[in-house]
Design a binder for this molecule. Structure first.
Ligand code: PLP
Length: 383
């Protein structure tokens, strides 16, 4: 099988599996228990937190373990929205229209609870700017939300300028860094971001584990616990901690940040191979998204000679996993809302685009196989 869909999820790194297995077999105590076995599990929990804090350049008491990014995103946005309303700061939020559905669905729910929000679209260059956020902010605005890297097209957003502008207006700023950690050489913690999130399964770690980093500028902006019960995670997120996966997550973050330079060079070379090979074989393509600011591990291609839903199935039949960037609903293909945000008037592009995404293990040979399949399908006229 040729796996070219690493933006969806990744295989777990052998070193991560080792750490998880060790924790499952040896450190199975409840970290809240006070005898030796519990204390060892607690030590592993806290050393994992410290490893992550060091890798992400944050303080360990700013880290909260969650079941993944979706939970962390919901927690960060709800908590800050509720708290700012309680403090009388306002009830309006601004976000980009290309956020993950964890953000957008959360905003929809908040709307039912009396909040309002405005979504900002990419401009004609495919970029987002501070001006766009400022233009739609009102006296009721309390928070801005922007992702660091979009998961479908790989666009890198200008988080430094947006977070600094949010800070200067006294707003909280939430950033979804799920697709940026290990993919962008950037110290996000050096910006005034009040909350950001990481998930294990996008960086060769396990699924179902992630973190919320919470660093309010305003000390009155307390976290609101969303899951109540025991006193875990400083009484902010109840439930016995998933020690094996937390230890695995720490290992995955350590690898992703520690080997960043090699990984970035690898992604760049694989992307170059892909685009060079497409050109050499006269496969027409256009890059989707912000083509000036984008990660190299996600390539979203408009392929005018192909219909993406069909192409994804044809690729699957020969053992190549890629993403069409569109969902099939009630028998009809729904074009990706992300591509729609970038290209509202280009109907063909919406149904002729494909996302290919790489991991540190992706090989040139796999890219050759992918292009060879495209060439064969084009020659057969079966598109
Ligand atoms: N945010 C982005 C940008 C993502 O790509 C994903 C995963 O699809 C998520 C959030 C959700 O992460 P999780 O699967 O850990 O809930």
């Amino acid at each position: 099988m040729i796996y070219l869909d690493s933006a969806a999820t990744t295989a777990v790194h052998p070193d991560v599996i080792k750490v998880i297995t060790e924790a499952l077999t040896t450190h199975y105590g409840n970290p809240s228990s006070t005898y030796q076995l519990g204390r060892t599990a607690h030590e592993l929990l806290e050393s994992s937190r410290q490893t992550i804090a060091r890798c992400l350049n944050v303080s360990s008491d700013e880290i909260y373990f969650t079941s993944g990014a979706t939970e962390a995103i919901n927690w960060a946005i709800r908590s800050q929205a509720y708290q700012s309303r309680e403090l009388g700061l306002g009830n309006h939020l601004v976000a980009t229209s290309i956020e993950h559905s964890a953000v957008l669905k959360c905003l929809e729910q908040l709307e039912n609870e009396g909040f309002t929000y405005t979504l900002v679209n990419p401009n004609s260059e495919g970029e987002f700017t501070v001006d766009q956020f400022e233009a739609v902010s009102t006296p009721q605005t309390t928070g801005w939300i922007a992702m660091a890297v979009n998961n479908e097209v790989g666009s890198i957003l200008p988080i430094e300028s947006i977070s600094k502008a949010a800070q200067s207006r006294g707003y909280w700023f939430h950033c979804d860094t799920v697709q940026a950690i290990g993919k962008v050489d950037c110290d996000y913690a050096s910006y005034p971001i009040t909350s950001f999130v990481v998930t294990g399964h996008k960086i060769s770690g396990p699924k179902g584990v992630g973190i919320l980093v919470y660093r309010p500028q305003n000390p009155a902006m307390q976290l609101h616990p969303m899951i109540v019960g025991g006193g875990q995670e400083r009484s902010q997120r109840a439930g016995t901690e998933n020690i094996p996966y937390i230890a695995g997550l720490a290992k995955a973050i350590e690898l992703a940040t520690g080997e960043l330079t090699q990984h970035l060079a690898h992604y760049q070379s694989i992307k170059d191979d892909l685009l060079t090979s497409l050109k050499a074989h006269q496969i027409e393509y256009h890059l989707n998204g912000d083509t000036t600011h984008s990660v190299d591990n996600i390539v979203n291609l408009w392929l005018p000679d192909f219909e993406s839903a069909k192409l994804r199935i044809q690729m699957d039949l020969v053992g190549i996993a890629v993403s069409a960037g569109s969902a099939c609903s009630a028998g009809s293909i729904q074009p990706s809302r992300i591509l729609k945000a970038y290209y509202p008037n280009e109907t063909d592009r919406l149904v002729q685009s494909l996302r290919i995404s790489f991991s540190p293990e992706t090989t040139k040979n796999e890219i050759d196989q992918f292009v060879k399949t495209l060439v064969e399908l084009k020659e057969k006229g079966d598109k």
